[in-house]
Design a protein around this ligand. Structure first.
Ligand SMILES: *Cc1c(COP(=O)(O)O)cnc(C)c1O
Length: 461
């Protein structure tokens, strides 16, 4: 076996050696000798050392194969950026740019100008602003418009999005006072009406995102809320969560309220995520009436939640695609994955199946199964997206399904799968064509590892 790379940093080699020794010590102390394998065999130790070194030496943030079928998978990076914007991204990353430089005047420019005009064109808004993410957008909007004042929200919309984002908590951090109205399942217009007082700054509508209340329910349509707002001289803010720019029901999905609809209904300010159904980079997009947007721009917090140039470049690229909605649905991966027809998914599943079958591994049970993919990211929670998965079962001599799942996850690049009914499920909806050879190699290696019986636990980084 080769030595550790000659030019490798000394500190890194040292760390790999120390951590290998420490994990060996742990195995010995725990009495974890593997039958017939001398844990102190120099070749074995060397192998563990190389595995450890490789694990420490590669980037921590790495691409993975998403075979879960969850399209906007928050843990796996939500949306993939369209390939057609990669070139622009590289240019902006490696060169100086006019990020805050006005090329007409030769003076200081505005970072938001690169997307504001486009957002207004696409949504019909008077003005726009982008921040780090939608959580930041909610925070800065409430802080700007309602600090020390009351914000009226329906009890049915006090949502928790996950990762500790909860509307009541964000509200209290912003200094706004939550005025809950209605009940969990029913909120009427008169509930809002009677909550409005001299301290009311905003009426807030929050998209329920990741859940739905069914049965005996009532919520107030946004148009009635904006009517009430204008009658009382109070602005309405809608946190759309996902925020779509095209009507998804035209592509066979459930209707999600669009940003344009919210603005048309008279909402003063709307916020939504850049990386959920929009299919762009992580960002919080704020659109609405000019005087409100100007106030938010002037908030000193804005600097703390500002958007980075790479994100801005990606966002502009994705937004430009929306000028042609038909093309957007095909080129923006999130929309493409969500609107794929079953036949295309089936074709990809069959190709993966054929590729795995060609491995000719004894004891590997392969098949196809109809399954349901999820939109994810708190979007379209009720949507049942019919899909096709490749199923993998193992019999005696090969790794168990739990081990197989772990070995695939530990592969380089990692392959993330679902397990169901003691089988591995790989949903073809989110599998890219060039993932097929990667998955095939990973499955083949996982089967060899099982046969080799390498004590992988020792080398886990
Ligand atoms: C997802 C979501 C957020 C948070 O958006 P991020 O972009 O993840 O910060 C806020 N509000 C609603 C309703 C959401 O669905």
């Amino acid at each position: 076996m080769d030595d550790l790379p000659v030019g490798a940093p000394h500190g890194l080699k040292l760390r790999a050696a120390r951590e290998t020794a420490a994990s060996l010590r742990e195995v010995i102390l725990a009495g974890g000798f593997t039958d017939g394998q001398d844990i102190l065999d120099p070749e074995h130790i060397k192998r563990l050392l190389y595995l450890k070194f490789d694990a420490l030496n590669r980037p921590s943030l790495r691409p993975v194969v998403n075979a879960t079928g969850v399209v906007v998978h928050t843990n796996l990076g939500r949306s993939l950026l369209p390939r057609c914007i990669f070139k622009d991204l590289l240019e902006i990353a490696g060169r100086y740019s006019n990020l805050e430089y006005n090329l007409d005047s030769g003076g200081r420019g505005n970072r938001y100008s690169h997307v504001e005009d486009l957002l207004c064109e696409l949504t019909g808004a008077e003005a726009a602003l982008v921040v780090n993410n939608n959580a930041a957008a909610v925070l800065i909007i409430l802080e700007t418009l309602a600090k020390g004042k009351e914000v009226v929200v329906s009890r049915g919309e006090l949502v928790e999005i996950g990762g500790s984002f909860r509307i009541p908590d964000v509200m209290s951090r912003s200094g706004a006072i939550l005025k809950e109205v209605g009940t969990t399942n029913k909120t009427h217009l008169k509930d809002y009406e009677s909550a409005i007082g001299p301290d009311t700054a905003l009426l807030l509508k929050v998209h329920q995102s990741n859940f739905s209340i069914i049965g005996f329910t009532k919520s107030v349509p946004i148009t009635e809320l904006t009517e009430l707002g204008s009658r009382c001289g109070i602005s309405v803010y809608e946190d759309l969560g996902s925020g779509v720019l095209i009507d998804l029901s035209r592509y066979g999905l459930m209707h999600e309220p669009t940003v344009q609809e919210a603005l048309k209904a008279g909402v003063s300010v709307v916020s939504f995520s850049g990386d959920k159904l929009l299919g762009g980079p992580q960002a919080g997009i704020i659109v609405g009436r000019k005087e409100i947007i100007e106030k938010i721009k002037a908030n000193p917090l804005n600097r703390a939640v500002r958007i980075d140039k790479l994100t801005l470049c990606a966002l502009e690229g994705v937004l430009r695609l929306y000028r042609d909605p038909e093309k957007a649905v095909k080129t923006i991966p999130t929309l493409d994955f969500l609107t794929q027809d079953l036949r295309a998914i089936q074709t990809r599943a069959k190709r993966l199946l054929a590729s795995l079958k060609a491995l000719k591994i004894d004891g590997l049970g392969l098949g196809l199964k109809e399954t349901i993919s999820m939109a994810g990211g708190g979007s379209l929670p009720l949507e049942r997206l019919r899909s096709v998965a490749v199923t993998v079962k193992t019999s005696m001599g090969l790794a168990s399904i739990a081990d197989m799942e772990r070995l695939l996850r530990k592969n380089d690049p990692p392959v993330i799968v679902r397990t169901e009914d003691d089988a591995i499920l790989m949903d073809a909806r989110t599998i890219l064509p060039d993932d097929i050879p990667i998955i095939t190699t990973a499955v083949s290696k996982a089967c060899c590892a099982a046969a080799d019986d390498v004590p992988l636990g020792v080398a886990e980084a």
